[in-house]
Design a protein around this ligand. Structure first.
Ligand code: IFM
Length: 758
């Protein structure tokens, strides 16, 4: 049967699923998440699954987040709208899983399609990353003996999404080898829970003819309305039962004349602009357009996104697919500026991290957007400015002045993390936020961003740090005591080097902004002095200490306790053991050195690598990428490659069941651009700098960049680098250590004398 939306399956752009058994189904639901600003759906099948009820009620308790074992459901449907949170009695506010509207099932000979039955064969699904369209094909031997071919296609319109409209479009094409009567059922199911909890205070269902409308009111007072229309050749009949409503259409399929059914769904919320129109009006607005027209506009919108973001790798198909998979999720998840949200840790594709925003935003996600879509990046960074009041409330609750950004933030910036160790002690987030804002200013060349829009954040962050530091008896310097650094296996440490350096950075940024704007003069003197005197402690041999006396903790017994290396160390050692031994969850000192390269000699960095890497479990999905990039910098080619492969496998090889590791997606892009292409960020260098180390199998690497307002096309081969830009002025670039000048709108090509191959 021809595939309508896709003429050919291109392995460099398509992810395919042929396994529907066991837990892989759930992993594909995460990996195949689709969306556009305002609406995201998990990649579930179109039919309810008998052994995976979606309305189960249970208590999910906050555990050791790395070793947490989730409910063994085979499938988890998911509909998420950025900004729509509910109140959970023990987990705090969480992103609500809204009613499931993908339901579109044929019934033939009294039997409904069931993917688990032996009657289904040649079953495959393909997500085309070019336009985020999911195609599902299968054949079905019906109880009456007919051989039926089904082709499902669906997308969340990026074209509509860009205009603030949430629209999902589905098409089902049914072909058969004999005349067959078909009933197609299309509906909305509001019997869904989020992490086992029901957030709906009220559910109103109305079904009439081909339309089903479902409105829910969440326990935080938002109203979300979902309306679907079934487009079939004959009139449909509507039904409602409990929290479910559906339309049913009957038709006959004859061989050679496929039956085509469409379903369209729109979603609105009480937060939308009042003149945006209701779901019914929106459906009417799209009524004149056919599936192909809507798909064309959607695909064009995606093409425009890829034009400024695609990374092309020749010579390595797996790497190519990995980087495109990551970029596709990054393009999907960037919210509208008006939504005033960031990107949650599971990329709006699962419930594991409750839809909350972490430091992942600034350190792992922001760089991709900053160097490919600066306006989008700015909208993301602005979320921290919009949520300053939440951060002020967090500080106030702890009896501190200023603003303390939440380790796990909801849409208003309030701390939602239910684990006290992280909520109260993983305080580096406040400085990470400042670092992110400064990165926006440097990458766009717009310092006024800090002095006008972001100054309030800078000043309140500095006030928080001023009160959070202490001077221990006998010390001649301030300390930041009782913190958890990026390494979450060392929970209450003093003078964590990363936290101290980032706090200094934040204090200096506030003092600089105060000096430029003439505000807060007296406070600024204190901020500058504090920033200057917060220490980074070293051992006698020069090793930068993760925190005071870190090296006096006993070594962790990895050989004795970590028998199954395919699972995290935390799944085999109790939390209290992690907390009292020298074992790291993820890069900590190395993360510091990654960000502040120029402040540490190459020998410092090598010493740190030799000491910390063997002590690191890499239990966090954020660890491998930083190690890959550091290894590139240190010329450790095999390690760079090993960590690259680990990072690429995170979601691609079955890890997305509870959602996409969106920070790891951002990190995959960083590994290519900052790692293998050796680009230095605008935080490190004012001049575009590239020092490539192409992996052995890669023959060509190409990607677009925006460097301080100038669009640049980068091409790296084994022998050289080519930079092409369209700027009106000449562009300076340092390539493999040599400063070069590329004339306005011109091209520069330089031999690099061969690149190192990991
Ligand atoms: O922010 C991270 C943290 O560094 C490690 N645990 C998971 C969080 C969310 O990705």
């Amino acid at each position: 049967m021809p595939c309508h939306t896709h003429a050919a399956h291109d392995p460099a752009w398509c992810i395919q699923q042929t396994d529907f058994a066991g837990s892989s189904l759930k992993a594909y639901e995460g990996l195949f998440a689709q969306g556009a600003p305002g609406l995201h759906i998990r990649g579930s099948l179109e039919e309810p699954i008998a052994d995976a009820p979606q309305g189960l009620r249970y208590w999910r308790t906050p555990g050791n987040v790395t070793a947490e074992v989730f409910r063994e459901a085979r499938s988890k449907f998911g509909t998420y709208l950025p900004g729509i949170y509910g109140s959970h009695p023990i987990l705090n506010n969480e992103l609500v899983n809204l009613p499931w509207f993908l339901w579109l099932v044929p019934e033939i000979d009294g039997s409904a399609l069931d993917a688990d039955s032996d009657a289904v064969a040649e079953h495959e699904r393909t997500l085309d990353l070019r336009d985020n369209t999911l195609v599902r094909a299968l054949t079905w031997r019906t109880p009456g003996g007919a051989r039926v071919s089904l082709l499902y296609e669906r997308f969340v319109s990026m074209d509509a999404g860009a205009r603030g409209v949430r629209l999902c479009v589905q098409r089902l094409t049914i072909d058969t080898d004999r005349a067959t009567d078909v009933t197609v059922r299309a509906g909305i199911d509001a019997d869904v829970t989020t992490n086992g909890y029901d957030h709906f205070k009220r559910v109103d269902l109305a079904a009439e003819g081909e339309r089903v409308r479902c409105a829910v009111q969440t326990d935080l007072g938002d109203r979300v309305e979902i309306e679907s229309i079934l487009l079939a050749p004959h009139a449909a009949e509507a039904h409602a039962e409990g929290r479910r409503g559906w339309s049913e259409a009957r038709a006959q399929v004859t061989p050679g004349t496929p039956l085509v059914i469409e379903k369209r769904t729109t979603v609105t919320t009480s937060r939308d602009a009042p003149d945006g129109g209701g779901t019914g009006e929106l459906l009417e607005a799209f009524a004149g357009a056919g599936f192909d027209d809507l798909h064309r506009a959607h695909a064009d919108a995606w093409r425009a996104k890829w034009a400024h973001a695609d990374v092309r790798i020749q010579g390595d198909d797996r790497a190519q697919l990995a980087v495109r998979t990551s970029i596709a999720h990054l393009l999907r998840t960037l919210p509208h500026a008006s939504d005033r949200v960031a990107i949650d840790a599971k990329g709006y594709a699962g419930e594991a991290y409750w839809g909350r925003f972490f430091w992942d935003t600034e350190m792992y996600l922001l760089p991709f957007y900053l160097y490919t879509d600066p306006a989008g990046a700015r909208a993301l960074a602005d979320f921290r400015i919009h949520s300053l009041e939440g951060a002020q409330r967090n500080a106030h609750k702890l009896g501190l002045p200023g603003a303390k950004y939440a380790w796990e933030s909801d849409q208003l910036g309030d701390e939602c993390c239910p684990n006290w160790q992280y909520a109260d002690h993983e305080v580096h987030i406040t400085s990470d936020v400042v670092y992110g804002l400064a990165h926006v200013a440097r990458a766009t060349g717009d310092d006024s961003y800090l002095d006008t829009h972001a100054a309030c954040v800078l000043f309140d962050a500095a006030r928080y740090w001023t009160a959070r530091v202490s001077v221990r008896p006998g010390d001649d310097h301030p300390s930041i005591l009782g913190v958890m650094g990026p390494d979450e296996y060392t929970p209450i440490a003093d003078n964590n080097a990363y936290t101290n350096r980032l706090a200094s950075f934040a204090l200096e940024a506030a003092a600089d902004a105060a000096a430029r704007t003439g505000q807060c003069r007296d406070e600024a003197r204190t901020w500058r002095e504090l920033g200057r005197t917060l220490p980074i402690h070293r051992r006698a041999d020069g090793l930068v200490l993760q925190s005071d006396a870190f090296d006096r903790l006993p070594l962790a017994d990895f050989d004795g306790r970590w028998k199954d290396r395919t699972r995290p160390f935390a799944s085999q050692a109790p939390q209290e053991y992690l907390y009292r031994t020298q074992c790291l969850k993820q890069a900590d000192v190395l993360m510091l050195m990654w960000l502040f390269d120029s402040e540490f000699s190459i020998e410092d960095q090598r010493t740190a690598w030799r000491y910390y890497e063997p002590r690191t479990t890499h239990d966090s999905s954020l660890s491998a990428a930083i190690h890959s990039m550091m290894a590139c910098r240190l010329g450790l080619n095999e390690e760079a490659w090993r960590f690259w492969e680990e990072a690429c496998a995170i979601d691609l090889d079955g890890g997305a069941a509870e959602g996409i590791h969106i920070a790891a997606c951002g990190a995959v892009w960083q590994m290519v651009v900052f790692g293998f292409a050796g680009m230095r960020s605008a935080m490190e260098d004012e001049v575009l700098t590239l020092d490539p180390r192409l992996p052995a199998g890669w023959t060509t690497l190409e990607f677009p960049l925006v460097w301080r307002g100038t669009s640049v096309q980068v091409r790296v081969t084994k022998d050289g680098v080519e930079l092409r830009h369209s700027g009106a002025a000449s562009l300076s670039a340092r390539v493999a250590g040599e400063l070069r000048e590329i004339p306005a709108g011109g091209v520069g090509r330089w031999a690099t004398g061969g690149t190192t191959a990991p």
